[in-house]
Every structure is written in C-alpha cells, then in structure tokens.
Unconditional design. Structure first.
Length: 107
C-alpha cells in the first residue's frame, strides 16, 4: 500500500468521520484485541472527500485486528499528539483510513 497525504485519505471518503485525536483507550478483551475508547476533539464530518462540519466526540468499541483488516489507506505524514497527564509525553503515528469503523451506538 503506497503512502499518501491526509488529503489523499480524505479524498477517498464519500461520507465518514475524521478523528484527529483519541482521548483514551481501554482493553476490553486482550484475546480478541477488543478496545473501547473515545474521541476528544478535532472531529469532523467528511462528505465527498472534504471536511464539512464539526461533530461531537463519541465512544467506540473495536477490535484492533478487525480495524487493521479493513485498513485501506495510510498517510506518509506522521503527526505527534501530546499524551495527557504524561510530562513531556507524546505519541506519533500516521493517519489511517479504516472502512466500517463505527463511533457511537449501533444502527
């Protein structure tokens, strides 16, 4: 999979969410890699490949292996985000696009 830019990742989304920062992650089931977590801020609705409006933070529950199985794009850009309550701490990662990653309640 060739790395693109964050804009390239957005261009491939008809309708979805752009989440720049997660607030926390907790392990639900280590055997299935099930995590629960929440978005913090910088969440936007994506329509036709463009950020259109801010959305409220939401929770999710997802398997790490399931999300990686549905990963269809990755950015070559690596962003650093500060870690809350960790002095001088941060995490660095590329942006990814995952099909079917659900925030909020089931539909």
């Amino acid at each position: 999979m060739a790395a693109g830019t964050t804009e390239d990742l957005l261009a491939g989304v008809e309708r979805g969410l752009y989440v720049q920062r997660l607030w926390y992650l907790n392990v639900v089931d280590p055997e299935t890699t099930q995590l629960t977590g929440g978005s913090r801020d910088a969440c936007f609705l994506v329509e036709e490949g463009r950020l259109t409006q801010p959305v409220a933070p939401a929770r999710f529950s997802e398997s790490v292996f399931g999300a990686l199985d549905r990963l269809d794009a990755i950015s070559g850009d690596v962003l650093a985000q500060p870690l809350m309550n960790v002095w001088n701490g941060c995490v660095s990662a590329p942006a990814i696009r995952v099909r079917g990653f659900r925030f909020g309640g089931a539909t």
